[in-house]
Design a protein around this ligand. Structure first.
Ligand SMILES: Cc1ncc(COP(=O)(O)O)c(C=O)c1O
Length: 447
C-alpha cells in the first residue's frame, strides 16, 4: 500500500444502481456486436481508473480488488507508465523487433535477467500474452531436450490457446467443446493442503505427483514440468512447504526442464519479485505477463541462457512480441515497483487483509480456508463443517459485492473461491472498506 498518485478520488461512491443507465446503453450496443463467448464479470463500463478505484461511465466510483486479474499491480494509469508510454508512442509505435530492433526490448530483458530467481546467466524472449509465453516455454523445453512429453498438475491454468488449453485442468469454461487438444500432456496431482489428506507433507505430495508422471510416461520422455508456484485460476492454492523443491530436484535429476508459470504471481504480487522466491526454487524457465507492464500486453519467457539459446534463429518470435510501447510500459512499471517498494506494499496488504479475513472466518462458518501470499489472497467457501465446495454461495457473495461497488473476483476448479488481487498501491482505508463490504455480504448471505 502506498499513497497513490492517481487523480481519481480514492473512495467508493455509488450514484446509480449498478449497472447504471449509461452502462446499460453500452451493454445493449455490445450485445449486437460482441461475441457472447466473451463475458464480463461486472458489466459496468469504465471511464477512468487509478489507485484502488475504478470510475464507471455513470460516475460511480468502485473499489478495485481485482486489478484486471492481477495486471495493474502498479495501479491503473500509473504516472511512470503513462510518461514512458506517452513518450514511446510519440517516438515510434512498431518496427518489429525481428526486423529492426530497439533498446526498450533489450532493457526489459536486462531487467528480467536481474529480477527473476537465480544468479545464473539468463536470456529472454518477449511475447504478447501469458498463454503465448507458456507455449513458447514448452517449445524451448522440447527443442532443448529433444523430448515431447509435458507434465502439468491438477487445478492448473495456463491459458486458452490450443496447447495451453491442454495444460489447463478445468473443462468449463476453458476447454469444453474446444478439442481436440495438443497431445503428450500428462496430468498429475498437485499439493492442495486444504483438500489433501490431513498432515500430508510437501515431499509426500511431490512423491505422489512424481509417481503419477513416471507411471504414465516415464521420466526420460518428459521435456518439461509446468507449474504455477501459487496456483491462480485453480483456487489460489499455496502448496505445502517442500512440494516445489522436491519437484525441482526430480526435474534436475532427470533432465526435465522445470518451468514456473509466474504469469499471475510475478512482479511483486506475492510480496517477492516472484513466488518461486518464497519456495526457494530456481526455475529453469519462468513465464511472466500480467503485472509486468502496468496494463500493456507484454509477456516473457526467461531462463537459462543455454536453454534459451538452444533454439535456431527465427524459431521464436512474432510480429508484436516485445512491442516498444508495451516495453516502455514494463520499464515504467518496474521503476514504479522499485521506487514505491511495492514488494513491501504487497506484504502489508497480506498482513492487513489476512488478519481481517481470519476475523471474518471466525464469524462465518462457510469459510473453510483463508490462504494466499502477499496481495494474492483467497477464502474458500464450503458447506459449514465440511470441505464440500459452495459455488452457489460464492457466486451470490460476489454479485452482492459488485452491487455495492466492490470489484471482487472468484476462481477455483469448484467455483468456490473468493479471491483478492488489489492493486499494490491501494490505500489501507480503501482495502479495509472493501473487506468490510465483503464481511457484511458474507454475514447476510449465510444468516
Ligand atoms: C498462471 C497463468 N498462466 C497463464 C495465463 C494466461 O495468460 P493470458 O490470459 O495473458 O494469455 C494466466 C491468466 O490468467 C495465468 O494466470
Amino acid at each position: 500500500m502506498s499513497d497513490t498518485t492517481s487523480t481519481l478520488p480514492q473512495r467508493r461512491e455509488l450514484r446509480t444502481a449498478l449497472p447504471g443507465p449509461k452502462s446499460q446503453e453500452l451493454a445493449a450496443r455490445r450485445s449486437a456486436v460482441v461475441s457472447a463467448g466473451v463475458s464480463s464479470t461486472l458489466p459496468v463500463y469504465v471511464r477512468r481508473a487509478g489507485g484502488g478505484v475504478i470510475e464507471d461511465v455513470d460516475g460511480n466510483l468502485l473499489i478495485d480488488l481485482g486489478s484486471g486479474i492481477a495486471v495493474t499491480s502498479v495501479g491503473n494509469a500509473a504516472p511512470r507508465v503513462v510518461e514512458r508510454v506517452t513518450q514511446q508512442v510519440a517516438d515510434f509505435t512498431h518496427t518489429c523487433f525481428m526486423i529492426s530492433p530497439y533498446e526498450e526490448y533489450v532493457a526489459v530483458c536486462e531487467a528480467l535477467a536481474e529480477l527473476t530467481p537465480g544468479d545464473h546467466a539468463k536470456k529472454s524472449a518477449l511475447f504478447n500474452s501469458g498463454a503465448e509465453a507458456v507455449e513458447n516455454a514448452v517449445k524451448v523445453a522440447r527443442y532443448a531436450t529433444g523430448r515431447n512429453a509435458v507434465v502439468a498438475v491438477d487445478h492448473a491454468y495456463h491459458g486458452r490457446t490450443n496447447l495451453t488449453m491442454a495444460l489447463t485442468a478445468k473443462a468449463m469454461p476453458y476447454k469444453k467443446g474446444f478439442g481436440p487438444f495438443a497431445s503428450d500432456i500428462y496430468r498429475v496431482p498437485t499439493s492442495y493442503p486444504f483438500r489433501d489428506p490431513e498432515g500430508m507433507t510437501g515431499e509426500q505430495a511431490a512423491a505422489r505427483a512424481i509417481l503419477a508422471a513416471e507411471k504414465q510416461v516415464g521420466a526420460d520422455q518428459i521435456a518439461a514440468l509446468v507449474i504455477e508456484p501459487v496456483q491462480g485460476e485453480g483456487g489460489f492454492i499455496v502448496p505445502a512447504p517442500g512440494f516445489l523443491p522436491a519437484l525441482q530436484k526430480w526435474c534436475n535429476d532427470n533432465g526435465i526442464v522445470f518451468i514456473c508459470d509466474e504469469v499471475q504471481t510475478g512482479f511483486a504480487r506475492t510480496g517477492a519479485w516472484f513466488a518461486s522466491d518464497h519456495e526457494g526454487v530456481v526455475p529453469d524457465l519462468v513465464t511472466t505477463a500480467k503485472g509486468i507492464a502496468g496494463g500493456l500486453p507484454l509477456a516473457a519467457v526467461t531462463g537459462r541462457a543455454e536453454l534459451m539459446d538452444s533454439v535456431h534463429g527465427g524459431g521464436l518470435g512474432g510480429t508484436y512480441g516485445g512491442n516498444p510501447v508495451a516495453c516502455a510500459g514494463a520499464l515504467g512499471a518496474i521503476e514504479t515497483m522499485r521506487a514505491e517498494d511495492l514488494i513491501g506494499a504487497a506484504k502489508r496488504i497480506e498482513a492487513v487483509a489476512t488478519e481481517r479475513l481470519r476475523t471474518i472466518a471466525d464469524k462465518v462458518p462457510a469459510i473453510g480456508d483463508v490462504r494466499g501470499r502477499g496481495a494474492m489472497l483467497a477464502v474458500e467457501l464450503v458447506k459449514p463443517g465440511t470441505t464440500e465446495p459452495d459455488a452457489e454461495l460464492t457466486a451470490r457473495v460476489a454479485k452482492a459485492c459488485h452491487e455495492q461497488g466492490v470489484v471482487i473476483l472468484t476462481c477455483g476448479t469448484f467455483g468456490n473461491i473468493i479471491r483478492l488481487l488489489p492493486p499494490l498501491v491501494i490505500s489501507e482505508e480503501l482495502l479495509l472498506e472493501g473487506l468490510q463490504v465483503l464481511e457484511d455480504v458474507l454475514l447476510a448471505a449465510t444468516a
